[in-house]
Write a protein that binds this ligand. Structure first.
Ligand code: SAM
Length: 261
């Protein structure tokens, strides 16, 4: 178990799909479409959200889905589109040297790199450049959360949530909010042609289920830091839960597309 439940990933998928920058998504699809029968390797695939988003734009695309969570990988396998060419691979991305990327033309990932360290991102960028593989990395959290209805503890909650985001999630000290920028920097440093675009979640009352899980997750993370009194966290959470159906929030992300020149 990676700690990511299929139920949580399902809840966020519609918001993720709406948030992904359309130009970078189309550019990734065009890059693959120009290379018939190409292979895309999805890193930290979960149940296959990137396949479901990018796959329909590139007929004939082959996939290798990689995750270290057997339950999510089994779910990705179960959900694979009929007639599609999908191979699943149970592997720890931390063991990057052992990970088979070839003959992929593009590596993909979504909501992954904020979990990873700068060292991991640098090593991956080096491998991609050496092997002539591009990267489409969507939805790295950028540290910004703005609620329509403000609360006095918002700033403290967001700051502590962001601090928690930097803890080690298995791939070294996590970049958290710095992931998208660090990724772009490392990939550009390796000579790839890098484009970035903002891809925020815009959650409204119609996404109260996702908002509920999101603010509950924030509260849990802030509790784990031990830096804010329980009464303050509980009061903030109560106030947030009271308005999930009548208001919304914006959660910032960055998409990155890096292609060999
Ligand atoms: C936030 S989820 C995103 C899943 C999917 N990309 C999506 O957008 O729905 C992060 C994914 O990365 C996987 N993951 C985290 N650390 C990993 C590691 N060290 N090796 C392989 N997969 C990992 C998790 O199991 C999970 O599926």
């Amino acid at each position: 178990m990676s700690g990511f439940e299929a139920r949580w990933l399902d809840l966020r998928e519609p918001a993720d799909m709406a948030a992904r920058d359309p130009e970078l998504l189309e550019a990734a699809a065009a890059y693959l479409s120009a290379r018939p029968n190409a292979l895309a390797v999805d890193l930290g695939c979960g149940t296959g959200s990137t396949l479901r988003t990018l796959g329909p734009l590139v007929p004939g695309l082959n996939w290798r889905l990689v995750d270290n969570d057997p339950a999510l990988l089994a779910e990705a396998e179960r959900r694979r589109p009929p007639g599609s060419s999908v191979e699943t691979l149970l592997a720890d991305l931390g063991d990057l040297d052992a990970l088979e990327l070839r003959p992929a033309r593009l590596a993909t990932a979504s909501a992954l790199f904020d979990l990873a360290s700068r060292d991991f991102v640098a090593r991956l960028a080096g491998r991609l450049a050496r092997e002539g593989i591009g990267l489409y990395a969507a939805l790295s959290y950028d540290g910004t959360i703005v609620f329509d209805v403000p609360h006095a503890e918002d700033a403290a909650m967001v700051a502590l949530f962001n601090a928690h985001q930097r803890s080690d999630k298995g791939l070294g000290p996590a970049l958290g909010p710095d992931a998208g920028a660090a990724l772009a920097d490392e990939l550009a440093g390796q000579g790839l042609d890098v484009r970035t675009a903002s891809s925020p979640w815009r959650l409204d009352g119609g996404m109260s289920g996702l908002q509920t899980k999101f603010v509950e997750g924030m509260a849990t993370a802030v509790r784990e830091t031990g830096e804010l009194a329980e009464a303050a966290i509980a009061a903030w959470l109560d106030a947030r839960l009271a308005v999930v159906e009548s208001s919304g929030c914006r959660v910032g992300h960055l998409d990155v597309l890096a292609l060999p020149r």
